[in-house]
Design a binder for this molecule. Sequence first.
Ligand SMILES: C[S@@+](CC[C@H](N)C(=O)[O-])C[C@H]1O[C@@H](n2cnc3c(N)ncnc32)[C@H](O)[C@@H]1O
Length: 444
Amino acid sequence: MYTIGHILKEIREESGYPLQEVQQQVDIDLTQLSKIENGKRLPTTEQLLKLAKFYNYDEKSLIIQKESDKIAYSFEYPEIAVETLQVAEAKVMYGKQYLPMFQNAIYRKPISLESRRYIGSKAKLTDWIMDLIDSETKNVNTFADIFAGTASVSNQAILRYNKVIINDILHSNNIIYKGFFEAGKWNESKLNNIITRYNTLNPDNLEENYFSKNFGGKFYEHNIAKTIGYIRQDIEDRKSKLTEKEYSILLATLIYNIDKIANTVGHFDAYIKKPIKPQPLHLRLINAQDFDNVEIYREDANKLAKKLKSDLVYIDPPYNSRQYCSAYHLLENLVLWKKPELKGVAMKPAIIDGKSEYCTNDATTTFENLVNNLNTHYIVLSYNNMANKGNCRSNAKIKDEDIHRILSKKGELKVFSRPYKAFSTGKSNIENNEERIFLCKIKI
Ligand SMILES: C[S@@+](CC[C@H](N)C(=O)[O-])C[C@H]1O[C@@H](n2cnc3c(N)ncnc32)[C@H](O)[C@@H]1O
């Protein structure tokens, strides 16, 4: 091993001093000095400081060498020394915050599809929705979720129907569906090795990057932002050595893990304006699966409707003027990784792809066109009763009477409802919110 002794000997020899002269100048016993240089004993801090001064050498770097010798000599199990050092580094860096990191590492449970913050997610309503559909429909083989969002409904449908079609206009949702559901090959231990490397990155050794420059200190603590940017670039750089499924799993994994620690209330229209606590980014892989009965699209639902053939179509469009592509611009940007120039407080690109007609005053006409183009036996629509209860932005874009008019023309319509707390950023105080299902059995 290359010790502090070797270093001191080299410094002395390079400076051209015989051992005796150093002994006289710094007043350290000759035998001791010789033992130090031969690595037979460590210098005391006092001796080290005297030597640093005499050689005109940086004190801190010599102390670091001595401390690291002490650590290196203390290993009872040298075969796991490097791993032990990585853990020690994380403990020093994160202090108290290290515990959750450790727990995650021990319980390497993959992240489930439902554990995501997303406006309008039906993750807590899927039992109600699926049981209702089960009891009200017959002979459904193909299920299409054409505004799939988090895909929490599709995730349940996959277990019940022969074929499931999953669609959403966002790039970030599309990569998540590919990661969680798409058929393809992946090597779990290869991905775990990549993740382990990401989890031991020291942000102090990383350079500033697109992500840290734009989002650091805003949506993420600066060091975390640096790490996220580095990981995103690394996934891109190693793309040629990954299968398509592995690439999707890594990106979906990044999205899920950074969602948990974002300095937001659940979307990226704004960030919380308080100092951000540093916390570790400890990645866990998503619970990737491989289904051959799933078709994945990233299309405007109205365009897809013209070529879609499905026994049942589940429609869960945006209810209000809040554009999803804008609310999740940071994730879209991360997935596309074209690094556009960003502006404004929320650091959005000037042009955002994926604007939805359902968030505009044309929502009713757009919905009517969609319904008229569908080739299906059942239409199941989720639409809440926000009407004009919230602030202007949260008000529903399609009126109840229009939903009744449009769907009743197509067949027999039943409406089901249950109380449900709406997503709110705290600006509006909405009471008696209901989640509703409009189930239409199409006339033949
Ligand atoms: C209310 S959310 C769906 C929530 C979903 N059911 C869940 O459980 O997470 C509406 C979704 O529709 C998508 N969307 C909006 N307009 C669309 C369009 N024209 N075509 C396809 N998807 C659209 C949005 O990106 C958003 O993910």
